[in-house]
Design a protein around this ligand. Structure first.
Ligand code: DP6
Length: 326
């Protein structure tokens, strides 16, 4: 009874969320856009019962105090909506190892939101789920809908949510994810958001986002890959320029990050259409067309210092599944 399991994808931001106008509600300063990733996801089983406290296991271990508090805060929001005081057993697994530079907060909070609300018998619309997932982690609101997703900045809490612009099969482009470091990042994205406005470039970035977002959506609609790729790469470098020039500065790149980026630029000069983007970490996401993905992945695996290369298609959003983790 009251046990449900959900799966949700990680997503790669093509127009980035960097900077919040309200940190307690995770309200962003700009709209963002992402693609769900088919091979990187979180599965979460939750059961509400009479327990003394929430029991939370992430990838086979008890959650750290910090992770635990964040999950409990989110469960409290959901308990409040459902009007229950039951505690929960939560077991969550990622398809990727934690701490290797793939953010699990987007897939994690999207899966948790769907599993927990369903386990309590709540039937929320996709919009309501996205709004609620956003409270757990901003980018999680984009892991709820399918495929290619826009998160509108909105005016209030109730209208800052994400929706699908195109289904996963709209365009078979790939994100070849290149893991280059096992080190945990020192500055989390949550901390980083508050530094964004300290960069002298931040206001310039913010003013230009609507233009870049509409250019990206147009290129996507027309399946114009070279424009699409150029906008994606320009956007990533723009966000990292803001990061590097904030105070204190944030530099998420490792030597191998740059090595991979330079190799992609070189392959592009030689005629292969591929573009890079990076979130708040050293992992490089190489965006390419389906036909080129295998060759690219093979080449990237030969770079010294690369830990793993994972080829992703556009993925579905969060959904309930029947097989439970306990
Ligand atoms: C660089 O969603 O992880 O990946 O809302 O504090 O949980 P919180 O931050 P988070 O920020 C993601 C930042 C980013 C860009 C993006 O995904 O849009």
């Amino acid at each position: 009874m009251m046990k449900k399991t959900a799966i949700a994808p990680a997503n790669i931001a093509l127009i980035k969320y960097w900077g919040k106008r309200d940190a307690s509600l995770n309200l962003p300063l700009n709209s963002s856009f992402s693609m769900n990733l088919s091979e990187l996801s979180t599965t979460t089983t939750i059961q509400f019962r009479q327990l003394k406290k929430d029991e939370i296991s992430l990838d086979g271990h008890d959650a750290t105090t910090e992770d635990r508090e964040r999950v409990v805060r989110h469960l409290d929001r959901i308990r409040k909506i459902a009007g229950t005081s039951f505690r929960a057993r939560v077991v969550s697994r990622n398809t990727f190892p934690t701490g290797v530079g793939i953010a699990s907060s987007a897939s994690g909070f999207a899966a948790l939101t769907l599993a927990a609300t369903r386990a309590l018998g709540l039937r929320l619309s996709e919009k309501q789920l996205s709004l609620l997932a956003r409270r757990g982690s901003g980018s999680a609101c984009r892991s709820v809908p399918d495929g290619f997703v826009e998160w509108v900045v909105g005016k209030r809490d109730e209208d800052s949510y994400a929706f699908s612009l195109h289904p996963p099969d709209f365009w078979d482009i790939h994100d070849v994810v290149v893991l280059v470091s096992r080190r945990m990042k020192k500055v989390t994205s949550t901390e980083g958001h508050s530094l964004a406005p300290t960069s002298p470039f931040f206001q310039v970035r913010l003013r230009d986002i609507p233009r870049r977002l509409s250019l990206l959506k147009k290129a996507l609609k027309e399946k114009d890959f070279s424009t699409f790729g150029r906008v994606v790469e320009e956007e990533a470098l723009n966000m990292h320029a803001v990061m590097m020039t904030s105070s204190p500065p944030l530099l998420y790149w490792e030597p191998v990050t740059l090595k991979v980026m330079l190799l992609v630029f070189q392959m592009r000069d030689e005629g292969l259409q591929a573009y890079v983007t990076l979130d708040a970490g050293p992992t490089v996401h190489v965006i390419c067309q389906a036909n080129d993905a295998e060759r690219l992945a093979r080449k990237l695996r030969t770079v010294e210092g690369v830990i793993a290369v994972i080829d992703n298609k556009p993925g579905k959003g969060a959904r309930v599944v029947e097989e439970h983790l306990f």
